[in-house]
Design a protein around this ligand. Structure first.
Ligand code: HEM
Length: 117
């Protein structure tokens, strides 16, 4: 099974990202970054991006990570908080740890373009 299939394909990814964003919305450490943000659009774009980087039949149509997070002042702790919610979301969807780690490894290289402090 490909990583894309292990994550439940587009539908599974969409629902994992939804769960992650829902949890981010309740996290007072980082929710301020999302004030005034069109969360439906961000959900669509992150789903598309994850689908793309895990080899699914999607083409990410959003901005680069550097441009879209520029000036936000996302910290190391903020980044870890979001990843924590992603892990919990994957746990809730019964994604095996080895699969979780494969997705995290695909996202890790984006760290330098997202975190500014
Ligand atoms: C691996 C980690 C992350 C990934 C893969 C990711 C991915 C994305 C993507 C695909 C977008 C849409 C880009 C576009 O507008 O074209 C986006 C937007 C955004 N991200 Fe992230 N992101 C990550 C981490 C974070 C963190 C840690 C924060 C803050 C705590 C954050 C806050 C935001 C906000 C506020 C937007 C909306 C920007 C806007 O529409 O004005 N992101 N992210």
């Amino acid at each position: 099974q490909s990583l894309y299939q292990q994550l439940g394909e587009k539908e599974g990814i969409s629902s994992i990202v939804e769960e992650m964003l829902y949890r981010v919305g309740g996290d007072e450490r980082i929710v301020h970054h999302f004030d005034g943000v069109d969360i439906v659009r961000v959900h669509k774009l992150i789903t598309e991006q994850v689908c793309d980087v895990v080899g699914g039949p999607c083409e990410y149509s959003g901005e680069t990570m550097r441009v879209s997070h520029e000036g936000m002042g996302v910290t190391h702790a903020d980044f870890n908080a979001l990843v924590e919610h992603l892990i919990i979301a994957m746990e809730k969807h019964n994604i095996p740890v080895s699969t979780q780690n494969q997705l995290l490894a695909k996202l890790a290289p984006m760290y330098g373009d997202i975190v500014e402090q």
